[in-house]
Design a protein around this ligand. Structure first.
Ligand code: GLU
Length: 471
């Protein structure tokens, strides 16, 4: 039997990290077993579903690289099918019309709550002939006794008594099918073998199994994934900062780092932290996912992201960096190749946003000197080395503007002055970067380029003079 999983988001917001982790688990389980991964958009709630949200979900899936084999299927395009199933259940006496007025249902509910009972429909219309012309809902005739046993792949065995389950509405008064009905019909029609979803759906599972059985379909296997908590122990939500996958993209995370982080939330393989996609597919086993909730830890995500920035192919990182440079008004086609920037700076940034910020000097003149760096290094004693460096750089041909030759020139000037390299390199660094930290001076010079180096040395000399004059 081919393994078939589905990710079934409701398009009522963006794709959040919890959803992305569920999607990843569905994806890995399908890939590991040579199966198929289906994307289904559960948009039956017409009031809350939006096209923007559908787009945000698709955009998130694409950015993460979670390719689906089938879909996206939209539930709103399958209403005819849901109605056919509902009508069939009605015809077979497995569902019935209910015209209980709202007031009756409400007072029943209040009474049950007052008696500390679980609110449930009392089944009044079960044996009642309701005129199809009067407003009514359709309810599923849930079995009255027996139990539903779910051997959950994560939770283990869960047993639900049918007495606890009431007769669920499967078609509303306005004629629309309800969520639980649509899910069941889709899981059956799409031949889903493994339903992997958030554990907030556990209560729906026995009801869905009963409807599947009424349809004559053997239920799939279920795996309910525990929720993700914020660092304060509450369910992860907007309150905890970024939760949308696209917000992580915009904050400079690599999709592979986020996936790697998410796979480790509630699953582990020894103490291995870094997993390539192939490793995830080979090693992941849904039955190894923890039962307990896990907490989101941004420091760990940052650490992983930095590891990925360091070890990933620099041209891949450069492609992801370009839009972040663009957000700083930098046109990366004018200036050094971003691949060189990544090679020089990768170890210095936790995110692509930081990487872009600390690399802006390669493309544009910085606004101000870091005050401490300028105070320490742009002093009158720096005039001589900077002037000599400028003269030497001016003589260099553009094709010689390489880290090796540049190193040679800086070393030569230090020797002429009988100074240590640092005494020459630090004022130069502050002159061309504005700060006292950057990659090696030779690479820094290469990245900034000859014109900008000469211009910025002039600026530093003017700064030193102005400061000396002001004293
Ligand atoms: N549409 C549901 C949700 O977004 C998921 C339903 C399911 O996976 O069965 O929470």
């Amino acid at each position: 039997m081919t393994v078939r999983t589905r990710f079934a988001p409701s398009p009522t917001g963006y794709l959040h990290v919890g959803g992305a982790r569920t999607a990843l688990f569905c994806y890995l389980h399908a890939r590991k077993h040579g199966g198929r991964f289906v994307l289904r958009i559960e948009d039956t709630d017409l009031e809350r579903s939006t096209a923007e949200s559908v787009n945000a979900i698709l955009e998130g899936m694409t950015w993460l690289g979670l390719d689906y084999d089938e879909g996206p299927f939209y539930q709103t395009q399958r209403f005819d099918r849901y109605h056919a199933v509902i009508d069939d259940l009605l015809a077979r006496g497995l569902a019935y019309r209910c015209d209980c007025p709202k007031e009756r249902l409400e007072s029943m509910r209040e009474e049950q709550m007052a008696q500390k009972l679980k609110p449930r429909y009392d089944g009044r219309c079960r044996e009642h002939q309701v005129d199809p012309a009067t407003p009514h809902v359709i309810r599923f005739r849930n079995p009255l006794d027996g139990e539903v046993v779910v051997d959950d792949l994560i939770r283990g065995r869960m047993v639900f008594s049918n007495q606890e389950l009431d007769d669920l509405i499967i078609r509303r008064t306005d004629g629309s099918p309800t969520y639980n009905l649509a899910v069941v019909v889709d899981d059956a029609d799409m031949a889903i073998t493994h339903v992997i979803r958030g554990d907030d759906h556990i209560n729906n599972t026995p009801r869905q199994i009963n409807i599947l059985r009424a349809m004559g379909v053997e239920p799939p296997q279920y795996a309910h994934v525990p929720m993700i908590l914020g660092d304060d122990g509450a369910r992860l939500s907007k309150r905890h900062g970024a939760v949308s996958v696209i917000a992580y993209r915009d904050a400079g995370y690599l999709p592979e780092a986020l996936l790697n982080y998410l796979v480790r939330l509630g699953w582990s393989h020894g103490d291995q932290e870094i997993f390539s996609m192939d490793e995830m597919i080979n090693l992941f086993d849904i039955t190894d996912v923890n039962k307990a909730a896990s907490s989101f830890n941004t420091d760990k995500l940052d650490w992983l992201n930095q590891e990925y920035i360091k070890v990933a192919d620099p041209s891949h990182v450069a492609n992801l960096l370009r839009p972040h440079l663009g957000r700083l008004d930098i046109d990366p086609t004018v200036g050094p190749d971003p691949v060189l920037v990544v090679q020089a700076q990768a170890a210095r940034a936790r995110t692509l946003v930081e990487l872009a910020a600390i690399s802006a000097f390669c493309y544009q003149d910085f606004a101000d000197y870091d005050p401490d760096a300028a105070k320490k290094h742009l002093r009158p004693v720096a005039r001589e080395p900077l002037t000599r460096l400028k003269a030497a750089f001016e003589l260099m041909a553009l094709e010689d503007w390489t880290p090796e030759s540049l190193h040679h020139v800086v070393e030569g000037v230090a020797e002429e002055l009988g100074e240590k390299l640092g005494k020459v390199a630090q004022p130069l660094r502050v002159a061309i970067v504005g700060r006292a930290a950057s990659p090696g001076i030779d690479v820094t010079l290469q990245l900034v380029g000859k014109d900008a180096v000469l211009r910025r040395i002039d600026r530093a000399l003017a700064y030193i003079d102005a400061r000396a004059g002001a004293v």
